[in-house]
Design a protein around this ligand. Structure first.
Ligand code: GDP
Ligand code: MG
Length: 195
């Protein structure tokens, strides 16, 4: 028969990485260009059907500010899953994401399903960058775009390698275009232990 699973899920990551936007996209199918900063944490719930189960996610969207750091364990303790979010255009947010992974691996539930989400993928879409470079036909700009693309590629492969090494699964997402947003939750739902 079909199983019903309740799963506490926490979103962690730097301020501005797009945690609230990912939740809003997943829960309501919306995107807000000027999403307000989260104060403390916000709660949402959403149900997702996978092959053999119906998963009810109880989602804690945390604030990300350093001054709220001491509250974080309240949200990740007992969580079945975590999405650690960074902004692919912001190196510091990737470093912050790694810190969260460390903390979860040291103090979180050892069976926690963890996803690393490189968000705002729409801002560095390789195909888009390429098309712009071709259409503008300026060699200086072309060089600049090649440089940006190169850096982005390094970051992408770095994130993939990091995720693999630390037992997370990795996806690039965009709360703005909805790319891979449902997929992250779906992949988590598939990986949750069936008890
Ligand atoms: P949080 O602090 O991690 O919750 O981040 P927010 O969800 O509040 O997002 C911070 C800012 O980034 C907001 O202005 C969002 O509109 C914007 N944002 C979030 N996700 C995306 C995305 O996928 N693409 C783009 N272009 N902007 C995004
Ligand atoms: Mg937020």
């Amino acid at each position: 028969g079909n199983k019903n699973i309740n799963a506490k899920l926490v979103l962690l990551g730097d301020v501005g990485a797009g945690k609230s936007s990912l939740v809003l996209r997943f829960v309501k199918g919306q995107f807000i260009e000027f999403q307000e900063s989260t104060i403390g944490a916000a709660f949402f719930s959403q149900t997702l059907a996978v092959n053999d189960a119906t998963v009810k996610f109880e989602i804690w969207d945390t604030a990300g500010q350093e001054r709220y750091h001491s509250l974080a364990p309240m949200y990740y303790r007992g969580a079945a899953a975590a999405i650690i979010v960074y902004d692919i255009t912001n190196q510091a947010s990737f470093e912050r994401a790694k810190k969260w992974v460390q903390e979860l691996q040291a103090q979180g539930n050892p069976n926690m399903v963890m996803a690393l989400a490189g968000n705002k993928a729409d801002l560095l879409d390789a195909k888009k960058v390429e098309a712009e470079a071709i259409s503008l036909q300026s060699s200086a700009l072309n060089e600049k775009l090649t440089e940006i693309r190169g850096k982005w590629w390094i970051r992408l492969t770095e994130a993939q390698a990091y995720a693999q090494e630390h037992g997370l699964f990795f996806m690039e997402t965009s709360a703005k275009t909805a790319a891979n947003v449902n997929d992250v939750f779906y992949e988590i739902a598939k990986r949750l232990p069936r008890v």
